[in-house]
Structure formats: structure tokens, C-alpha cells
Design a binder for this molecule. Structure first.
Ligand code: EPU
Length: 437
């Protein structure tokens, strides 16, 4: 039976913790290793569940993976790539969306790929229509069956692709397929998140030719052969911002070793406007509550270089402690305010709205999704019993429990391990009163 975390809140988190490679980059670089003719090595790899899942998926496809947790070094040898059984992939992948990114590399290596039909999750429908359309444009045949999606291609050819929305996954899909496709691919409306830039770094080391224009256009000249890579993963800016929000909500002071200012400029601006303080040092960033009242803000999430959707949930907990009315408009996922229900039960004053409360044109405005929130504060939070709904929502619950007076009981913490390395050890290092039972 999964263990339950008891959190005695109401005390500031103080101390030093470290973040390693980004959860939303490392698995993609691991998939890129499939394209190399020789072994690859990735460093700064965190011990998170998503890395375990992708290691298992690579194993199922005949790739040997060797990971040393302590040093964070992960080695992959794709010499004997083979097709895996879809039932095994399905059983192993769980809620991971990474199998879809195996398609391009497997089509290049084996001429076919078979993946489970990925479903939605608690933050939205999470469709894969862009991915399948892209693969078709490269020349793949896509057959949907009840057991999964079967893809074939004799020869993938470069294409001109226009994304309806700058999707991170669809941009990665295009990159991982275009690098070995015949001829030139032009991707318009691409996502340009730092995790994508780092994937481009990896692919360039492997021999790919990729250029990025300022207008979200990425051009890839296909090559015949890619080699293995050695790469140090960029740090996890979502984890760093999550700890920063925890520092703010608990009136604490946390030094996040590994946090990287250039990837967090937008977050740091907002953190400062809310009344948080930070100090950028050579090996990380110190985030702290400088005393006084936190200030309310109006905020809209957006694709990079906007304010990340993944930063939204942890920050909303801190906003419950700000003076006045904060407005948050979520424009990336249609359903990312479900977690506010638990915060309301803890005493927060949060209302959610179907309307777009912001100036951005958003895809969800007329579609009945509660995607804007008004948070009125400050409101003291009190302890409760909670069930983790999703990764970021889950960490936000944890922050709320740490900020609340009394002892909260948190169920389903396994979900947090998907993207937060050794978070219970880190909580101990920050002097939190938490106990695993
Ligand atoms: N979308 C479609 N069709 C598609 C693909 C996406 O409509 O085929 C829509 C989505 O439904 C969503 C929007 O496009 O509304 C953006 O989705 P995107 O493809 O950018 O997201 P993703 O690649 O599935 C990654 C991260 C997410 C992060 C988003 C946005 C990984 C494994 N996941 O997801 O991370 O929120 O980019 O930055 O990289 C998380 O870490 O908690 C997390 C959810």
C-alpha cells in the first residue's frame, strides 16, 4: 500500500537543496539516443519516476540503459533497437506521454512503430492530433486500432509544417523526426522553450543541422547518419520555481542550487512583483520572503517566453497569502484549476471562472472550461486530508500543507516522485516536519 505523508505545517522552510536535470527535457534526450549509431551519455539526470519509465521503455525497445543515481550519469546503447509489444509499452508507460515521441526515431530505425493510444489526464484532454498529423506529413501511414496506433514508413521525407499552437511535444516530435528525414523540414509556429533549445543542442551534437529563427520557425536539414552524444542536462526550472513558491508561501528562505536565471527570467519578474526576494549566485538562486505583505497580481500563463503553466499551480498557493485580489488566466491547459478545490477546503478564497480574465486570446474562452481564477487574500490555511490529483497540483497541495497550521495527511504522493527528485529528503533538509507512514 502506498505510504501517506503527514505534514505539520506553519513553519518556514529554510535551507539549501539542489535541482538536477529538467523532467521535461531528460526523457526527450533519452528518446534522441535511439537515433544515434553509437552509445550516448547524459549527465545531471535526476532520480525521478519519469526517468525510470523512459529507461524501461528504452529497454523494451532493445536499448541498454545504465543509470547511476549518485553521479546522475545515464548511459544508453541503441545498437540493438527492436520493436516492443504494445501491451508491454502500455503496461509500462502508465500515464507518461513519452511513447508518442518514440515514433519518429523508431520509424527511421525499423520502418514501423506501435504505441498505445494516449488518454487525457486531470489537467486536460491532452490530445495527440498534432503529433499524428506531423508524422503523416513526413510520409508515415497512421492506423488507429483499439489496441493502439500502428505507424509505417519506408522513407520519411522533410515537410513544411505549420503548428496550430506552439506545442512543446509537437515541436519535439518534428525535431526527432526531421533530423533523419530526407531533405529540408520547415516548422512554423514552433515552441521555443529552453528544454527544446537543449534538445536541439543534443541533436546538433549528434550531427543534425537545425536553425531557429526569431519568428518561431525552425529549419532542419535531414542527414543520413547521427552519432551518440554526451550532454549535461539543463536544470529543472519548474522544480526550482516550485521551491521558490514554497519559500514564499511558508515565509521561508530556500537556496536552490542549480537554478538558472536565464531560464527563469519571467518567473523571477513575477516573484518580485508578488513581493518575494531573490539573490542570483554563481551556483544557484536564493528565494526568500523578505517580510511584510505579499502583493496581489494579474497573471496569464503562456508558452515561452511567457509565464509557464507549470509555474502557475505552486504560485497560486503563495497568492492565497497575498494582500488583495489576484487574477490568474490559464491559457495553456483547459483544466488546470481543479487543485483549487482542496485549497478552498483549507480556507483559501478562490473562485474559478469560464471567462477569459485577461487580455490574451485564449482557446478556452467560449468552451465552458473553468480556466480563470480569482484569489482573494490573505487567508490563513488550515490542515486537511488530501489526495494528490496530478504532478504540479500535488506539489501545490504539499506547499499548502506546509503553510497551513496543523497536521495534514497527504495521500498519493507517488505522483509527486514523477517529477520531483527525493522531495521528502529535501523537505527534511529544509527543516520541514514531515513523516512518511
Ligand atoms: N495540444 C493539442 N494537440 C496535440 C498536442 C498538444 O491540442 O497534439 C494542446 C494541449 O492540449 C495543450 C497545448 O497544446 O492545451 C500545449 O501542449 P504541449 O504539447 O505544449 O504540452 P506537452 O508537450 O504535452 C509539455 C510538458 C508539460 C508542460 C507543457 C507546456 C512534458 C513531458 N510535458 O507537455 O509538463 O505543461 O509541455 O509547457 O514535457 C508537467 O511537467 O507537469 C507538465 C504537464
Amino acid at each position: 500500500m502506498e505510504k501517506v505523508l503527514r505534514v505539520r505545517g506553519g513553519r518556514p522552510l529554510r535551507g539549501r537543496i539542489m535541482v538536477r536535470g529538467a523532467k521535461n527535457f531528460v526523457p526527450k534526450a533519452m528518446v534522441a539516443a535511439l537515433l544515434g549509431q553509437g552509445p550516448s551519455q547524459l549527465t545531471n539526470v535526476p532520480a525521478i519516476r519519469d526517468v525510470e519509465v523512459v529507461s524501461g521503455l528504452l529497454n523494451l525497445h532493445g536499448v541498454s540503459v545504465d543509470y547511476d543515481v549518485q553521479s546522475g550519469i545515464l548511459r544508453m546503447d541503441p545498437t540493438d533497437v527492436e520493436l516492443a509489444h504494445v501491451a508491454d509499452i502500455d503496461a509500462h508507460a502508465g500515464s507518461s506521454r513519452i511513447p508518442i515521441l518514440f515514433c519518429g526515431p523508431l520509424l527511421h530505425r525499423l520502418g514501423e512503430a506501435f504505441i498505445p493510444d494516449l488518454g487525457g489526464c486531470s489537467i486536460g484532454g491532452r490530445p495527440i492530433d498534432f503529433h499524428l498529423q506531423i508524422l503523416r506529413e513526413f510520409g508515415a501511414t497512421v492506423d488507429k486500432a483499439p489496441s493502439g496506433i500502428h505507424l509505417h514508413a519506408r522513407n520519411l521525407r522533410g515537410a513544411v509544417i505549420e503548428l496550430p499552437y506552439p506545442s512543446v511535444g509537437a515541436t519535439e516530435q518534428t525535431l526527432l523526426t526531421a533530423v533523419r528525414a530526407e531533405g529540408i523540414t520547415e516548422l512554423r509556429g514552433a515552441a521555443i522553450e529552453p528544454e527544446i533549445s537543449d534538445l536541439i543542442n543534443v541533436l546538433q551534437k549528434m550531427g543534425a543541422i537545425i536553425s531557429v529563427d526569431t519568428d518561431r520557425t525552425i529549419r532542419v536539414e535531414g542527414v543520413d547518419k547521427l552519432v551518440g552524444f554526451t550532454h549535461h542536462a539543463l536544470p529543472d526550472r519548474i522544480e526550482a520555481a516550485s521551491w521558490a513558491s514554497a519559500a514564499l508561501a511558508t515565509k521561508g528562505d530556500i537556496f536552490v542550487e542549480g537554478a538558472n536565471q536565464p531560464d527563469m527570467i519571467t518567473f523571477l519578474n513575477v516573484f518580485r512583483k508578488v513581493g518575494g526576494a531573490f539573490e542570483v549566485l554563481p551556483d544557484g538562486i536564493r528565494f526568500y520572503h523578505p517580510g511584510g505583505e505579499l502583493k496581489s497580481i494579474a497573471l496569464e500563463t503562456n508558452v515561452h517566453p511567457g509565464f509557464m503553466t507549470d509555474w502557475q499551480q505552486p504560485l497560486v498557493v503563495a497568492l492565497t497569502q497575498a494582500q488583495g485580489l489576484s487574477i490568474v488566466h490559464e491559457t495553456v491547459y483547459e483544466n488546470r484549476f481543479g487543485f483549487t478545490k482542496a485549497l478552498r477546503q483549507m480556507g483559501a478564497n478562490i473562485q474559478v471562472y469560464r471567462e477569459c480574465l485577461g487580455s490574451l486570446t485564449c482557446r478556452f474562452g467560449q468552451r465552458n472550461f473553468f480556466h480563470s481564477a480569482a484569489i482573494s487574500g490573505p487567508t490563513p490555511l488550515h490542515a486537511t486530508e488530501m489526495e494528490i490529483p496530478d504532478l504540479r497540483g500535488g506539489f501545490s497541495y504539499l506547499i499548502a500543507a506546509l503553510a497551513a497550521e496543523g497536521t495534514s495527511t497527504v495521500h498519493g504522493i507517488g505522483m509527486i516522485s514523477r517529477g520531483y527528485e527525493a522531495f521528502i529528503d529535501k523537505l527534511h533538509a529544509l527543516d520541514a516536519e514531515v513523516e512518511l507512514r
